[in-house]
Design a protein around this ligand. Structure first.
Ligand SMILES: CC(C)(COP(=O)(O)OP(=O)(O)OC[C@H]1O[C@@H](n2cnc3c(N)ncnc32)[C@H](O)[C@@H]1OP(=O)(O)O)[C@@H](O)C(=O)NCCC(=O)NCCS
Length: 182
């Protein structure tokens, strides 16, 4: 796809409070716990899996996206720990020029400790510097105040207020950060 430079494997990115690494089988149990948190799933717009058996498909979906060069997804591991407490990723959209959409979910016990913000900054910087993307976008529910704060503190700007539609009955906000502003 265009001139994007996809890595041969998901790189480990190390921050002060959190490290980002490839997804592994051991991440399925913590993923299931997060994915079945109804409030979190509602805020993220994710379906709630019926059983942990869905974990293998979740993992495979992200591995396939990486192989197809349409997505990069990392596990978030707090400094001093080895357990995944969230995931963050980019879905590449094949427009010209291409852009990517940011997705992130952090386990409730870790909310508001700065992990999400640091992870987002690392991923966006990596995407601009190494992958060659020029724009990252994100869409959030207008009531998702933590996500809005995360995006604004990492340099995203509001580009559009999206009115309710049949598919999405709530007001959404569209945010964007372009490589120019780094
Ligand atoms: C959104 C989410 C990823 C943020 O991750 P996080 O690790 O808590 O992020 P951070 O701690 O870096 O930043 C969150 C910010 O929101 C603020 N915040 C939290 N709840 C808030 C609220 N109700 N109103 C306003 N600000 C709020 C925090 O204080 C923090 O700001 P600060 O750094 O200035 O103190 C996490 O809350 C989450 O997983 N939510 C459920 C899933 C979701 O909404 N995903 C995003 C979908 S677009």
């Amino acid at each position: 796809m265009s001139n994007l430079k996809f890595p041969a494997s998901i790189p480990t990115l190390v921050g002060k409070t959190v490290s980002l690494r490839e997804l592994r089988e051991e991440d399925i149990a913590p993923w299931f716990e997060r994915a079945t948190d109804a409030e979190s799933a509602d805020l993220a717009g994710d379906p709630i899996p019926k059983s942990i058996d869905a974990g293998q498909s979740w993992l495979q979906k992200h591995r396939d996206a990486f192989t197809n060069k349409s997505g990069l997804r990392w596990s978030m591991v707090p400094t001093g720990s080895s357990t995944s407490v969230g995931t963050i990723g980019l879905t590449v959209r094949p427009s010209e020029p291409p852009y990517a959409e940011l997705g992130i979910v952090v386990a409730r016990q870790w909310w508001s400790k700065g992990l999400g913000g640091e992870a987002a900054e690392m991923v966006v910087s990596y995407a601009f510097r190494e992958v060659g993307l020029r724009e990252i976008r994100a869409e959030v529910l207008q009531r998702n105040l933590a996500s809005i704060r995360l995006l604004e503190k990492t340099g995203f700007q509001l580009t559009q207020i999206l009115p309710p539609t049949q598919d999405e009955p709530e007001v959404m906000l569209a945010y964007s950060r372009s490589a120019r502003s780094t």
